[in-house]
Design a protein around this ligand. Structure first.
Ligand SMILES: Nc1nc2c(ncn2[C@@H]2O[C@H](COP(=O)(O)OP(=O)(O)O)[C@@H](O)[C@H]2O)c(=O)[nH]1
Ligand SMILES: [Mg+2]
Length: 248
C-alpha cells in the first residue's frame, strides 16, 4: 500500500477519497437495462468523488447481457463483471456480489433499473449511526396480488426471524462490509435478503430503513414472481429457520 507522508502536498489526485463503496447489480437477462443502470450509477459516483467499484453479476444470462457487461468493463476500469456459468438464482447472484465487493461499504440494487440510483447518496450519512440501511418501496410498481404476496412474505419472515423490516426484498440496501465478515450464507434464491438481515441482526448490527421510489420495468421480463422462485423461497425459509435456531 502507498502511504502519503505528512509533508507531501495534498493534490486532487492523492487526496484520500472519503467514500469507499462497492456497488453491484444482479443481472439475469438484462440486455435492455444493464448499460443504462450501470452508467447512471457511474455518473453519480463520479460526482461524489467516491473510491468505488461497480460489479455486474451476470447470473448465467442467455441473452446478450454477458457481452454488454464485458464491453462496459473494458471501457471503464472501475467496472468488473462476475459471470455465473449457468443461472444459479438471485441468492447466488447476491452472494457473488458480496464476495466480490472489496470496499468499505457494499450497496446493491437490481440490474433492471427499477430503482433510481440518485436515491443512494442520501443513505450514506445514515452509515455514521447504523451498520445497514434497508430501504422500502414507497410506491411498489407491481400488481395488487404481487404487492399483497410481498407484504405477507415480509410479515412471515419478520415473524420467524424476529425482524422489524417494512419491505424485506427491496433491492436497495447499503451495508458496512464488515457485516459479511465470516458470514456463511446458504440461500440461493429470493430468501437471501432475509438471511443477510437475520444473521446481521443476530450479530448485533444495527439496521435503519428509508423509503425509495420504485420504477416500472422498461425492458426485459420480470422473473421474481415465478412459481419456481416462490417455491424455492419457501423451502429455503423453513430450512434456514431451523438452521439459525440451532446455531448458537
Ligand atoms: N428473478 C431472478 N432474478 C435474477 C436472477 N438472477 C439475477 N436476477 C436479477 O434480479 C433482479 C430482480 O429480478 P426481477 O425479475 O426484476 O424481480 P422483481 O423486481 O422482484 O420483479 C433483476 O435485476 C434480475 O436481473 C434469477 O435467477 N432470478
Ligand atoms: Mg425487477
Amino acid at each position: 500500500m502507498i502511504s502519503q507522508s505528512a509533508s507531501e502536498p495534498r493534490t486532487d489526485s492523492n487526496r484520500p477519497h472519503p467514500i469507499s463503496i462497492s456497488v453491484f447489480f444482479p443481472c439475469y437477462n438484462e440486455e435492455g437495462n444493464v448499460a443504462r443502470t450501470v452508467e447512471k450509477a457511474r455518473a453519480i459516483l463520479d460526482q461524489l468523488d467516491a473510491d468505488y467499484e461497480l460489479i455486474i453479476v451476470n447470473d448465467g444470462s442467455s441473452d446478450d447481457t454477458a457481452r454488454i457487461a464485458e464491453k462496459i468493463a473494458a471501457e471503464n476500469p472501475a467496472v468488473k463483471v462476475v459471470h455465473h456459468p449457468a443461472n444459479l438464482g438471485y441468492g447466488e447472484a447476491l452472494q457473488s456480489g458480496f464476495k466480490a465487493a472489496s470496499k468499505n461499504l457494499v450497496f446493491y440494487t437490481d440490474g433492471d433499473g427499477q430503482f433510481d440510483f440518485a436515491e443512494m447518496p442520501p443513505l450514506l450519512d445514515l452509515m455514521q449511526e447504523y451498520d445497514i440501511v434497508s430501504c422500502y418501496r414507497l410506491n411498489r410498481r407491481d400488481s395488487t396480488l404481487r404487492k399483497f404476496n410481498g407484504w405477507c412474505w415480509t410479515k412471515l419472515v419478520c415473524l420467524l426471524f424476529g425482524l422489524k423490516i417494512r419491505d424485506i426484498d427491496c433491492a436497495f440496501k447499503l451495508y458496512k462490509r464488515e457485516v459479511f465478515d465470516g458470514m456463511q450464507l446458504t440461500s440461493t434464491g429470493a430468501l437471501i435478503d432475509a438471511e443477510v438481515l437475520a444473521r446481521a441482526a443476530r450479530k448485533g448490527y444495527t439496521i435503519t430503513q428509508k423509503g425509495v421510489h420504485h420504477l416500472p420495468r422498461t425492458a426485459g421480463r420480470q422473473t421474481g414472481a415465478n412459481l419456481r422462485v416462490i417455491i424455492r423461497a419457501f423451502r429455503e425459509l423453513f430450512n434456514l429457520h431451523k438452521k439459525i435456531r440451532n446455531e448458537k
